[in-house]
Write a protein that binds this ligand. Sequence first.
Ligand SMILES: [Ca+2]
Ligand SMILES: [Ca+2]
Ligand SMILES: [Ca+2]
Ligand SMILES: [Ca+2]
Length: 322
Amino acid sequence: MKKIIYAFLLIAVAGCDDGDIIIEDFSFDGIDLKACLPQATDGSRNYVFYKVDNTNFESLSLQFTTNEEIFNVDDTYGPFDIGPANTVEYRKYDAAPGTDYFCSSVPPAEPRVNDALKSAAGRFFITTENQSLTSQAALTNTEAPNVDTDNDGVPSNQEPSGQDTDGDGLEDKVDFDDDGDNVPTVDEGVVIIDGVVSISMSRDTDGDGILDYLDNDDDGDGILTIQEDLNGDLDPRNDMTGTLPNYLNPSVATAASPAIDLFKEHSYSRTAQLTLRLENLILTRDNEEVVFDNFNNFGTFIRPQYQVRVTPDFTEMESTNP
Ligand SMILES: [Ca+2]
Ligand SMILES: [Ca+2]
Ligand SMILES: [Ca+2]
Ligand SMILES: [Ca+2]
């Protein structure tokens, strides 16, 4: 079997003049990584990431299926094996493929594919970050006073990284109900002065030093706010005795029966940045095996700001009150 090494870092292998090795100029550097996104928002989904070089009439694509939340949750995913289900393909065309070649439901007949290399082995990883938060981390309060990814009235830089007050899996930065009591933070009396949460001006109904937006028993009556939702509509704000909602009234301490065991649907905005890394990729053409040398970085894809909707799994909570 003849073995060909395609070199992405041409300089690194220039001078290799082995009879069995053919070096081709095969670089997608400087070409944007694009993607076809699935319509479905959960379950097993099919993705295509691709680079199209309309000058050299060639493309490189990766298609794979996963049920992991590769766009919505910051993490490193993989390794995903490249094999029958997850494939990489290089194509050379007789004309420029244009911008719409991928992602159409019916494969375009034009331009014609002159040459194709298909994957035989390898693996890949995906690293996902919320770019709207990572870029904001470098800004000061005055530069980014209005960045509020969860739209909860508290600027994102006032919600510490890694803090998840209610333990529902959404950091406070992306949680519009920080204490998980089904009363949105925006309705918990937070006062922002000069871009900073004012401890003295913000509401603390029971005066225990924990502001209402971080206190899951706002009136300190021993019944968690989420359970003072007697009509069970996941909104404690409309369960009133007289003019006062029960969750702000310590003299009314009645828990819903059956107990509330659901959170409301949450939403937040996000700019997803995905970096794709390939390892040990082997492509084949007929009987030739093509080893990709020095090619690891497939590129970075940015999905512009979009809304994520998610209903966190309910977590049983202890009262935050002493
Ligand atoms: Ca929040
Ligand atoms: Ca709340
Ligand atoms: Ca309190
Ligand atoms: Ca109460």
